[in-house]
Design a protein around this ligand. Sequence first.
Ligand code: ADP
Ligand code: 5GP
Length: 221
Amino acid sequence: MSSDSSPEHRGGCYVVTAASGTGKSTVLRELFENHREAMADVTFSISHTSRPPREGEVEGRHYYFISEDEFRRLADGGAFLEWALVHGQYKGTSLAEVERLRSSGRDVLLEIDVQGTAQVRHKIPEAVSIFLLPPSYPELERRLRDRNLDSQQQIERRLADAAAELPRVQEFDYVIVNDDVGRAAHALAAVLLAGRHRRDRMRPVTERILASLPTPPPGRA
Ligand code: ADP
Ligand code: 5GP
């Protein structure tokens, strides 16, 4: 394990947002498979949702699937770092889980929508936000239709939501265009690695190295 990700320091918080159909899942899969160094010590936060599971989705791996009543109860009790109604379904990030992961020194990556990102930015000002853009709106529509996952009505809704979400790219720290999956994953890996090398994140290592300097300092010639 690299010394710059030592658990003696709190992990970072990264937020990746994209309109549905942009290719976020595809890019993140590529990131995990081919950029292991950037992903070392990065953990996904598993969201809670009131959406019923799709075929193949696994409880605790894709989401924690709960009822709408349970979701509202948790939200009212302050259990979420952020939550939002996304495409008509409640989605939220557990505050306790993010805290637990960051306290153990791990970087946490949240895959959430624009509304949730705004709440995270407010509560965790040092969070790094990344917006993944489709190459164009017509290409987004093509990807949504070719994916063959959603009904016509859901596709229309996701496209309408995308038209409202995309202009909010201006609120984000980093912008990556998913024209090519490999290139987009590479850019995302670079952002994660750069974040880990910020001076504040490197403080424990830096202090250890500086502590090895001779005392008193040798006089200059
Ligand atoms: P999201 O997770 O953002 O909703 P997906 O990862 O499911 O999107 O991708 C949506 C569709 O677009 C999938 O069929 C996927 O294979 C395709 N796709 C993803 N990235 C690209 C790309 N760079 N070029 C072409 N097609 C892509
Ligand atoms: P899905 O395709 O899984 O139904 O929905 C994915 C959408 O929900 C994406 O826009 C994703 O960013 C968003 N999402 C997933 N989990 C969360 C969450 O915990 N909070 C928020 N605000 N959005 C989420």
